[in-house]
Design a protein around this ligand. Structure first.
Ligand code: UD1
Ligand code: CA
Length: 474
């Protein structure tokens, strides 16, 4: 036990009606993670003795995320009595009865709040010695937030919810950020006194403040340095504003770490992505999920990579990739579609209008133009002709193909899987390869060409084509 044991309560039981979504509000993605995961990750950083997460709406989906992100959290199911006050009441009941430390309450829908801000908030509370401390903010638009009402001498008096506020109170610009620190005993005492006597018929946690003051305890409000830190996500407009702000911070962070980002406004980087120094991101690029890009690589313009692994000195232009691995020195794009299981080995090439799926393309091998490679392994230094289709699907099952090394296949081939093409083999243009090709063989199955002399002049007399043919004198 430290001198000041800390318990954290994360409020995540609300319905999030203003989101108007079948996906629970707290599970909407923000920089590649559910909104609530940002809050859980912050809670973890503070090294609390106990963490309690309160759930109710869509509880199983929430619990799955909590268990993945913060397995040490105690889960508390809120009952049918609504409100943040009830949520905290039940969470406190889940703490050991003899817990007398500090209780930090944070809202699950305030995702940009960082551990450093919370640490200094906790320090301010401890220095001040108040029974409770509230984090406040002065947002550009206070609509929707609870207002901090101060008495004539500027002392913190109470919090009034938007829906309960008079016009005068609505004009107040200082709002409740939804972050509170309470001494456990004082909190326990006052939670028992909450009622649902308000516009929303809920037990408001914010009423604890007024009750504490009425009981003669001191409460203080500490303003946050910048209001965006405590922005709450209630609707989709606020979600996109928070996403924009967080993205700007992430982009700047990578720029300072040595990544060239030509156009921060059109570049999106998820929180879990990792970029090495001397990576260049061109405009319109999204680096999503757990994508990793190694040094010297240039991504974009107009490229989306989700959970991809990009090696050193790779070029990826105008490409959409998911769960693909691209090794050092390879080039991709423009207009390539890398689907899951694509592995382009070192110095390989996937070119324009090429789609790949579950395909390994060996070192130095190229699929340069207009092709589909699915369920295949290609050896090293092979070249797949323009317009080639790996026909992997027979209408019921998927089949696998193997192409050897140093292979040269002609343009406009179809490889009807399952087939194997041996090392050093060739195929003619337009071949439909239905049988495996031995090493070093030329596969060719097109019918011999027949030219019917004079056909156009006989059958299309008087057309430009016929006239051109007769004038050519051949
Ligand atoms: C709350 C505050 C408001 C503050 C704002 C800051 C109250 C009464 N009001 O309002 O003063 O300005 O946050 O963002 O606390 N929740 C539960 N159980 C419930 C209801 C909500 O766990 O019964 C959770 C929600 O999932 C959410 C958080 O509590 O994570 C806040 O709830 P929300 O309904 O968004 O409160 P606000 O109206 O934003
Ligand atoms: Ca809220």
């Amino acid at each position: 036990m430290t001198e000041h044991p800390l318990a954290i309560i994360v409020l995540a039981a609300g319905q999030g009606t203003r989101m108007k979504s079948s996906l629970p509000k707290l599970l909407h993605p923000l920089a590649g993670m559910p909104v609530v995961s940002h809050v859980l990750a912050t809670a973890r950083e503070l090294g609390a003795e106990h963490i309690v997460t309160v759930v109710r709406h869509e509880r199983d989906r929430l619990v799955a995320v909590v268990e993945a992100e913060l397995p040490e959290s105690i889960i508390v199911d809120q009952d049918e009595i609504p409100g943040t006050g009830r949520a905290v009441e039940q969470a406190v009941a889940a703490l050991p009865a003899d817990f007398t430390g500090d209780v930090l309450v944070i809202n699950g829908d305030v995702p940009l709040l960082d551990a450093a801000t919370l640490a200094s908030f906790i320090a301010a509370h401890r220095a001040d010695g108040a029974a409770a401390t509230v984090l406040s903010a002065m947002p550009e638009d206070p609509t929707g937030y609870g207002r901090i009402i101060r008495s004539a001498n500027g002392e913190f008096d109470r919090i009034v919810e938007q829906k309960d506020a008079t016009p005068d109170e609505l004009a107040v610009g200082e709002v409740n950020a939804g972050v509170y620190l309470f001494g456990a005993s004082a909190l326990r005492d006052q939670l028992a006194n909450l009622t649902t006597d308000n516009a929303q018929g809920e037990k408001y946690l914010t009423d604890v403040i007024q009750l504490l003051r009425a009981a003669g305890s001191e409460v203080s409000a500490v303003p946050v340095s910048e209001p965006w830190i405590v922005a709450g996500i209630n609707d989709r407009a606020q979600l996109s504003e928070a996403a924009l702000k967080l993205n700007a911070l992430i982009v700047r962070g990578w720029q300072l770490a040595g990544v060239t980002v030509q156009d921060p406004a059109t570049t999106w980087i998820d929180l879990k992505a990792k970029l090495a120094a001397d990576v260049t991101l061109l405009p319109g690029t999204q680096i999503l999920g757990s994508t990793v890009v190694a040094t010297g690589s240039t991504i974009g313009p107009d490229t989306t990579l989700l959970d991809c692994e990009i090696g050193e000195n790779v070029t990826v232009r105008r490409t959409d990739g998911t769960l693909a691995v691209v090794d050092a020195g390879a080039t991709v794009g423009p207009f390539s579609f890398l689907r899951p299981g694509t592995h382009l080995c070192a110095d390989g090439k996937i070119g324009a209008f090429v789609e790949t799926k579950n395909a390994t393309i060996g070192e130095g091998s190229k699929v340069p133009h207009l092709s589909y490679v699915g369920d295949a392994v290609i050896g090293v230094h092979s070249n797949i002709g323009a317009g080639t289709i790996f026909a992997n699907y027979d209408g019921v099952n998927k089949h696998h193909s193997v192409v050897g090394s140093y292979v040269r296949t002609g343009s406009h081939n179809v490889f009807v899987a399952p087939i194997t093409i041996g090392d050093g083999a060739y195929s003619g243009a337009g071949t439909v390869v239905r049988k495996s090709v031995p090493a070093g063989a030329l596969a060719i199955n097109v019918a011999p060409q027949r030219n019917m002399d004079g056909w156009v002049e006989a059958n299309r007399p008087g057309t430009d084509a016929a006239n051109a043919a007769s004038e050519s004198g051949d």
